[in-house]
Design a binder for this molecule. Structure first.
Ligand code: EPU
Length: 420
C-alpha cells in the first residue's frame, strides 16, 4: 500500500486549483439512472470513489467514459441499464453506493441494494432513507444483508426527516423526481451538494423548490431526460488547503473555490488569526506563525462541517492555547487523535469532545491513516511537524483528494508518494 513521506517545515505559498466535489459528483452520477440516455458531467474529480461508482453503474448496465480531451469530463450512458441490484462487494467499498436505491426503485420499479454496514467513523444507519422511500409507497424488505424494495409507481407524499441526512435527502429527492404528484420533504439537509443535485433534477425535467432550505418540494415528472451538467467545487478539499495555509503560516490562493459554501470555516480560521480574502471563484488564506486557539462544534450545513473537523484539530495542535472540539454528527470521528498524539500533540477525549492543548512544536513520526478526512489531518500535521512524517495506508486519501501530493508539492511542500 502506498505511503506519503513528508518533510515538515516549509511555508506553503502559491496557487492551488480546486477540483470538483466528490460528494456532489456521486449523487449526480446516481441521478443518471433516473432516465435513459447520454449524460455529460463536467468537473468530476478523478478519485477512487468516483471510479468505484463507475464500476457500480457499469454493473447495472451503464457505460462510463472519461473524455479524451477534457480531463474532468465524464460521459455516462444509461440507455441500456437493466440491472437493479447493487451487490455487497461494490457497496462495501463505498457507502455512497446506497445512492442508487432511490433512482433504481423509481425507474425500474425495484431495487436490491446491499446494506452498507458500519464504518470507521460510526454506525451510520440508513433507516431514514428506507422510511422515506416507504412513505413514497415502496414495499421494503430486509433480507440476507440486502434491502429489497419494490414499487409499481412511487407517489408523492409528505415526509419529515428525524435528523437531516445528506445522502438520505438525496435518495428521496431522486425518487420523488419520478414519483406521481408532489412530494414535500421536511427537515432536509441543506448542503451545497443537495442544491447541485436539485438543479440537475430540474434540468432533467422535475420541478424542485426550496433548495438550500429545510423544506424541499418536488413535482415528479412521468419521464425525465438525460442532460449535461457541471459539478460544483469541492468545499472540503478547499477547506483542507485553507488549513494547509494556516498550519504552515503560508499564503495560498485557492482558485475555482466557492467562498459562499465555506462561511463557517472562514469565520473559524479568521478567529485563529488567518487573513482571508474572498472573491468570485477564489479564496486566499494567509496564515500566522502560531494560530490562536478556537473552540469548534461540528453541525449540519451551514454549520462547521464534520468533514473538516480532523483537519481543524491538526491546526489546534500547534495553537497558542487550549481548544474544545465537539463532534456532533458522527459518534466515532476522533480516530486521528491517537495518531496526532504520536506527533506530540496534547489531546484528551471527553465523550463527544476533544480538548486540545496547543504545543510549540510537533515532531515527525510514522502514522496510520484510518479514514479519508483523518488521513488529510495527518498530512496537514506532517507539513508542520519537525522532521519526517510517513502517512501509511494512503488509499483512504485517494478516495477523496485528487492529486493531493502534487498539489501540495507545487506550492512548496516536501512530500512524496512511496509506492509499494
Ligand atoms: N443518520 C441516521 N439515519 C439515516 C441516515 C443518517 O441516523 O438513515 C445519521 C447518521 O448516523 C449521522 C447523521 O445522520 O449521525 C448525518 O449523516 P448523513 O446521512 O448526513 O451522512 P451521509 O449522507 O452518510 C454524507 C457525506 C459524508 C459526510 C456526511 C455529513 C457523502 C457521499 N457523504 O454522508 O462525507 O461526512 O454527509 O456531512 O455525501 C466524507 O466525504 O469523508 C464523508 C464521510
Amino acid at each position: 500500500m502506498d505511503k506519503l513521506k513528508i518533510e515538515g517545515g516549509p511555508t506553503l505559498s502559491g496557487t492551488i486549483e480546486i477540483s470538483g466535489a466528490k460528494n456532489a459528483a456521486l449523487p449526480l452520477m446516481a441521478a443518471t439512472l433516473l432516465a435513459p440516455g447520454a449524460y455529460r458531467l463536467s468537473r468530476v474529480p478523478r478519485l477512487r470513489d468516483i471510479h468505484s461508482f463507475c464500476n457500480l453503474l457499469e454493473h447495472l448496465g451503464a457505460t462510463c467514459r472519461w473524455d479524451e480531451s477534457e480531463a474532468a469530463v465524464l460521459h455516462i450512458d444509461t440507455t441500456h441499464v437493466k440491472g437493479w441490484k447493487a451487490p455487497y462487494d461494490l457497496v462495501r467499498k463505498m457507502r455512497a453506493s446506497v445512492l442508487v436505491l432511490g433512482p433504481l426503485l423509481a425507474r425500474m420499479g425495484r431495487a436490491k441494494v446491499s446494506l452498507p454496514g458500519g464504518c470507521a467513523i460510526g454506525a451510520r444507519p440508513i433507516d431514514l432513507h428506507l422510511k422515506g422511500l416507504r412513505a413514497l409507497g415502496a414495499e421494503m424488505e430486509l433480507r440476507d444483508g440486502y434491502v429489497e424494495a419494490t414499487a409499481l409507481r412511487l407517489s408523492g407524499t409528505a415526509y419529515y426527516f428525524d435528523v437531516p441526512t445528506v445522502t438520505g435527502t438525496e435518495n428521496l429527492m431522486m425518487a420523488a423526481a419520478l414519483a406521481q404528484g408532489e412530494t414535500l420533504l421536511e427537515n432536509v439537509a441543506r448542503e451545497p451538494e443537495i442544491v447541485a443535485l436539485g438543479k440537475m433534477l430540474e434540468a432533467m425535467g422535475a420541478t424542485v423548490e426550496g433548495l438550500g432550505t429545510e423544506t424541499i418540494r418536488i413535482q415528479g415528472a412521468p419521464e425525465l431526460a438525460a442532460v449535461g451538467f457541471e459539478n460544483i467545487p469541492d468545499r472540503i478539499e478547499t477547506g483542507t488547503y485553507m488549513v494547509a495555509a494556516a498550519i504552515t503560516g503560508g499564503d495560498l490562493l485557492l482558485e475555482g473555490a466557492d467562498p459562499s459554501a465555506l462561511d463557517a470555516v472562514i469565520v473559524k480560521l479568521r478567529e485563529t488569526g488567518c487573513s482571508i480574502e474572498t472573491g468570485p471563484g477564489f479564496i486566499r488564506v494567509q496564515g500566522v506563525e502560531r494560530p490562536e486557539s478556537a473552540d469548534l462544534t461540528t453541525l449540519p450545513y451551514p454549520g462547521f462541517p464534520t468533514d473538516l473537523q480532523a483537519q481543524f484539530m491538526a491546526l489546534m495542535c500547534v495553537a497558542k492555547g487550549a481548544s474544545v472540539i465537539t463532534e456532533t454528527i458522527f459518534e466515532n470521528r476522533f480516530m486521528h487523535v491517537a495518531e496526532l498524539k504520536r506527533l506530540g500533540a496534547d489531546i484528551r477525549i471527553d465523550g463527544r469532545s476533544a480538548v486540545v492543548k496547543g504545543v510549540e512544536a510537533l515532531k515527525g513520526a510514522p502514522l496510520m491513516a484510518t479514514d479519508l478526512r483523518a488521513s488529510a489531518s495527518l498530512v496537514l500535521a506532517g507539513l508542520r511537524a519537525e522532521g519526517t512524517t510517513v502517512v501509511n495506508r494512503v488509499y483512504h486519501l485517494d478516495r477523496g483528494y485528487e492529486a493531493m501530493e502534487q498539489k501540495l508539492a507545487a506550492v512548496g511542500a516536501r512530500i512524496e508518494r512511496i509506492r509499494e
